[in-house]
Design a protein around this ligand. Structure first.
Ligand code: ADP
Ligand code: MG
Length: 140
């Protein structure tokens, strides 16, 4: 097992329902440690840049609109195998397919408004962390 860091976002559907604490409790209970955190409002330009990999997908415009519809909480999570562990705790993208006990099964409203983001691999984790945080903002 190796200690990793991953980028997490609590999405606007969750900030709107005032359940950021419930989401963070799931992450911490699973063994992930919040080593950086900030509540922000994404601009259209920043959301388009963050989700650039999906720009040809049919849901891209709606996704950018959703992600800018309210505040988000961006976090760096640290722990043993943090990248895969966070994806496991999050559950499948579509809450209808998410396993029992996962954040998306419990809290997501739809395949779009699915409460959380987590990096999907080591390369995206390091890119996504530096998209939001400088190294002096991450305190392990
Ligand atoms: P994940 O967040 O599980 O890594 P993706 O990277 O495939 O999923 O998609 C990024 C985000 O785009 C999803 O979390 C979700 O908010 C949105 N999304 C993905 N697929 C769809 C879809 N078919 N319809 C609407 N929104 C979608
Ligand atoms: Mg993804």
């Amino acid at each position: 097992m190796s200690v990793e860091r991953t980028l997490s976002m609590i999405k606007p559907d969750a900030t709107r329902r005032n359940i950021t604490g419930k989401v963070i409790d799931r992450l911490e209970t699973a063994g992930l440690r919040v080593v950086a955190q900030r509540r922000i409002q994404l601009t259209k330009e920043r959301a388009e840049e963050f989700y650039g990999v999906h720009k040809e997908r049919p849901f891209f415009k709606d996704l950018v609109s959703f992600m800018t519809s309210g505040p988000i909480v961006v976090q760096v999570l640290e722990g043993d195998n943090a990248i895969a562990l966070n994806r496991e705790v999050m559950g499948a993208t579509n809450p209808a397919e998410a396993a029992e006990g996962t954040i998306r099964k419990e809290f997501a409203e739809s395949i779009e408004a699915n409460s959380v983001h987590g990096s999907d691999g080591p390369d995206t984790a390091s890119q996504e962390i530096s998209f939001f945080f400088s190294s002096d903002e991450i305190v392990g």
